[in-house]
Design a protein around this ligand. Sequence first.
Ligand SMILES: Nc1nc2c(ncn2[C@@H]2O[C@H](COP(=O)(O)OP(=O)(O)OP(=O)(O)O)[C@@H](O)[C@H]2O)c(=O)[nH]1
Ligand SMILES: [Mg+2]
Length: 293
Amino acid sequence: MNAFKSGTVAIAGKPNAGKSTLMNALVGAELSIVTYKPQTTRRRVLGIRTAEDHQIVFLDTPGLIEPSYALQTAMMKTARESMEAAEAVVWMTDVSESGPDAFCVPALKGLNVPALAALNKIDKVAADALPPAVERLKGLGIFREVIPVSAAKGDGLDRLVQCLLGILPAGGPLYPEDSLSDEPERFFVSEIIRKQVLLRYREEIPYSCEVRIEAFEERPGRKDRIAAVVFTEHESQKGILIGRAGEALKAVGQASRREIEAFLGRPVYLELFVKVRPKWRRSPGSLREFGYT
Ligand SMILES: Nc1nc2c(ncn2[C@@H]2O[C@H](COP(=O)(O)OP(=O)(O)OP(=O)(O)O)[C@@H](O)[C@H]2O)c(=O)[nH]1
Ligand SMILES: [Mg+2]
């Protein structure tokens, strides 16, 4: 039998490429929120995959963009630091998107970490679109392998893991084998609420929101009580979040509670509040307070 292998692998790439979907599939749990909107992931999310012969610690990262405000600058720093801290990088690109290649060269240049390319969403394109896309990525000369995958359907993931095991060193597990993440329950709860905000509101509203858990009380004999605040930047956005007679926020709360209960495996009582925090995405103090810097 081969030696047990372990190490850290960052998953990086442009927004919406399917990075979080990939990490969830590799770990076997819905750890990182997924939506159809770009810039869903704002922080590094750690997911642990433990198998008979390996433990891989995946770091899901925010999609790489040219930042235009301080929150995005912090997100890009998180992504870059995760890539630098890893033993390997999976660079994810969406096969159905034209011209992602020009972007990965600068992002990966100077990075002293072996990189594999995962060409994602192969379920969306005709089979004959694949070989040219693979060749284009290979031609860049920066990837050890180019692996077509469908993170959503699970195709190609075994090969991806085998390629990673070819890079990772021999070594014992880094975390207990039943751990899935190092994040506290509070983090996942806040992300589930943020996902509902992303799904239920349009345009700038979801991007102006931050969710913070204010209270998480275990109450013997009663449901846990969770109180969360959705921060937004303007009074007008607050009004939209709450909706006529509070209906919109109520819907966010109900959908979030169902998902939180499924995640935690126990019933909870969820209270949501909306507060205005002007320009928090550009404020060093707010970004520090929310844990982005
Ligand atoms: N058809 C198809 N859709 C996929 C696949 N993988 C991901 N998606 C979809 O692509 C969208 C974005 O997926 P995410 O996993 O959130 O992408 P991401 O790269 O983490 O995005 P950011 O966090 O914004 O950087 C979602 O609607 C996914 O369901 C795939 O293999 N096939
Ligand atoms: Mg993501």
